[in-house]
Design a protein around this ligand. Structure first.
Ligand code: HEC
Ligand code: HEC
Ligand code: HEC
Ligand code: HEC
Ligand code: HEC
Ligand code: HEC
Ligand code: HEC
Ligand code: HEC
Ligand code: HEC
Ligand code: HEC
Length: 308
């Protein structure tokens, strides 16, 4: 709370006087005395460990930018004002982010959110991750020159530490090229929460799919109802043992909904339309999409059956 208050005060000071108050001014009110006068230099005297110093190469350490921690209270912008730790009266600073001595999740997250409440985090409160006590620092690593969760190739491994099912999916025969580094979880999800279902970036699953598969958006002359309704009627997003990320193989997939299709009512060749092969053959020998190739909808005047 104290840090929040201080940052709020600082922000006001900046707004009112149009300048960043110097450390001397910061010290002048009792609430702010707690911060180390020399900022990060105070901490770095003892913490030159190689696991700490890479943060100096990150956007957080840009001193010239008053929005960054180093533009404010240095290390203490994140770890909290910690005079007792600096004086070695206590083992740890006010906020510890990882390891056995980590502070409560809520306290850690609140610290990050003092600066990162807006933008992608607009729907953080109430998101599945927030309500399940996932910490910002379960995904983010800050004392490294580049946070792995922000890099396409390394992001999925972060998510897989908790999402074993999606990890298993990524190994299946048919999968979005996540493992290959071409698609990342955050192409479809906003892990900070969203107003759509399942933390999808867009309002619906379909809108999310259209961001890359734009040709499926239509409009088409002949719509196939389940396609408009939800791509997930036939596909699964992460991985499938069936080709093309299908939930089932045709004909079974189609027969879930078309159990009494015209084909089954005409079991013998003689009863088919002129020029057509036997209905049996249609059902058994080949996949339905060999003929119904425009399964996502057709623009042909004669495309009512999605065969062209
Ligand atoms: C006088 C030396 C000294 C100063 C100054 C100091 N620390 Fe520490 N700090 C330590 C030592 C030693 C430990 C290891 C904990 C222990 O065994 O006491 C530690 C532990 C920590 C930890 C926990 C590490 C872990 O493994 O969990 C953090 C985080 C930390 N310090 C941050 C800071 C910050 C931020 C500042 C500046 C406000 C700071 N320290 C100033 C000596 C110092
Ligand atoms: C004092 C304000 C402040 C605090 C506290 C803070 N950040 Fe930041 N953070 C910033 C600023 C400013 C940037 C740079 C933003 C930019 O360049 O757009 C940034 C950048 C980032 C980035 C992007 C880094 C990159 O390489 O592009 C991540 C991720 C991030 N912060 C996560 C966190 C997390 C997690 C915490 C809590 C442990 C935290 N921040 C605490 C101000 C803060
Ligand atoms: C479940 C994992 C996860 C959690 C939890 C998480 N993040 Fe992120 N964060 C990501 C991913 C993935 C990205 C990259 C998003 C992208 O590229 O669209 C990201 C990007 C960011 C960025 C840089 C992009 C930007 O918005 O400018 C910041 C800052 C950030 N997160 C802050 C936070 C804060 C603060 C919290 C805690 C309230 C948090 N994150 C919790 C995974 C997570
Ligand atoms: C933007 C927020 C932020 C700032 C600024 C920051 N830290 Fe940290 N610190 C963290 C987080 C988050 C962790 C957990 C490990 C990680 O993400 O790399 C951490 C971990 C640590 C650890 C434990 C290292 C470990 O891996 O066991 C020490 C020690 C530490 N910080 C000291 C410092 C010092 C000294 C400074 C200033 C030079 C500083 N921190 C600045 C967020 C921050
Ligand atoms: C191509 C888009 C896409 C990508 C990439 C993607 N997802 Fe999803 N994810 C979805 C959709 C769509 C759903 C909703 C599925 C549904 O409604 O049946 C979903 C659902 C989920 C769920 C909830 C599952 C459930 O049964 O409730 C989790 C967890 C998840 N995804 C994690 C991940 C992780 C982790 C990654 C990265 C390895 C990832 N996703 C990559 C589209 C995607
Ligand atoms: C520290 C563990 C942890 C990490 C790391 C993590 N998640 Fe989650 N995630 C959870 C928990 C817990 C839930 C809620 C319970 C569940 O559905 O399993 C969840 C739920 C989800 C959901 C389903 C949301 C819903 O509305 O049902 C999605 C999507 C998701 N996570 C995506 C991601 C992505 C993408 C990443 C990596 C950027 C990630 N998660 C990293 C723990 C984690
Ligand atoms: C970030 C872009 C992106 C998004 C969003 C996206 N996809 Fe994909 N999709 C791809 C890429 C890349 C491929 C692989 C194309 C290739 O290999 O030629 C692919 C392939 C596919 C395939 C064919 C798989 C195969 O085995 O041939 C299907 C089906 C598919 N996506 C469905 C979906 C659905 C459904 C959604 C919405 C939940 C979706 N996609 C969202 C990029 C995306
Ligand atoms: C009625 C079931 C069904 C629905 C609903 C459906 N698809 Fe498909 N989709 C299929 C079938 C069957 C295939 C395989 C076609 C083939 O093998 O020729 C396929 C193949 C694909 C492919 C790979 C081949 C191609 O045409 O590019 C993509 C991408 C794709 N679907 C995206 C989507 C998207 C996006 C949606 C939602 C807008 C969607 N699908 C809804 C049945 C469906
Ligand atoms: C989730 C249910 C569902 C699935 C799965 C499904 N369909 Fe459909 N399909 C429908 C609905 C609903 C209609 C519209 C029926 C109507 O207008 O009477 C339709 C219409 C059709 C039509 C046009 C015929 C007509 O009567 O308008 C054809 C052809 C068709 N589907 C073929 C297929 C094939 C082939 C597959 C498998 C790749 C498939 N469908 C999978 C629900 C489904
Ligand atoms: C050899 C090509 C072929 C195959 C294979 C095929 N169909 Fe058809 N289907 C057609 C043609 C052509 C029509 C147009 C009407 C007709 O001839 O009965 C049609 C019509 C339909 C209709 C609309 C029937 C009606 O009464 O309105 C549905 C539904 C359908 N097919 C579903 C399927 C399903 C499900 C499969 C796979 C089990 C399948 N088709 C396999 C060629 C085929």
């Amino acid at each position: 709370m104290r840090q929040k208050l201080t940052i709020a005060l600082l922000t006001w000071a900046v707004l009112l006087f149009g300048a960043i108050p110097g450390r001397a001014e910061v010290k002048s009110t009792p609430a702010q005395i707690a911060f180390a006068e020399a900022g990060e230099r105070t901490c770095l005297k003892c913490h030159e460990e190689t696991k700490v110093t890479p943060i100096l190469q990150t956007p957080h350490a840009v001193k010239g930018d008053k929005h960054t921690p180093f533009g404010q209270q240095g290390c203490e912008s994140c770890h909290g004002a910690s005079p007792d730790h600096v004086a070695r009266k206590v083992k740890f600073p006010t906020i510890v982010f990882k390891g056995p001595n980590a502070s409560p999740v809520e306290q850690r997250n609140a610290q990050c959110l003092t600066c990162h409440q807006s933008g992608l985090r607009m729907n953080w409160q109430g998101s599945q991750h927030a309500t399940n006590d996932v910490a910002c620092t379960n995904c983010h690593t800050l004392h490294v020159s580049k946070d792995p969760v922000l890099v396409k190739f390394s992001q999925p491994d972060k998510c897989f530490t908790c999402h074993a099912e999606q990890r298993a999916d990524s190994f299946k025969l048919s999968h979005h090229p996540i493992r290959e580094g071409k698609v990342v979880c955050s192409d479809c999800h906003n892990p900070h929460g969203s107003s759509g279902p399942k933390m999808l970036k867009e309002f619906t699953a379909n809108e999310t799919c259209y961001t890359c598969h734009a040709e499926k958006r239509g409009p088409v002359l002949w719509e196939h109802e389940p396609v408009r309704e939800n791509c997930m009627n036939c596909h699964t997003p992460h991985g499938s043992t069936q080709a093309r990320l299908l939930v089932q193989r045709p004909p079974y997939l189609c027969q879930e909904c078309h159990a009494n299709s015209g084909h089954q009512a005409q079991p013998f060749a003689g009863q088919n339309l002129p020029g057509q092969v036997a209905a049996n053959f249609r059902l058994m020998a080949r996949g339905c999409v060999n003929c119904h190739s425009q399964i996502h909808g057709s623009n042909s005047p004669n495309g009512a059956w999605f065969t062209r």
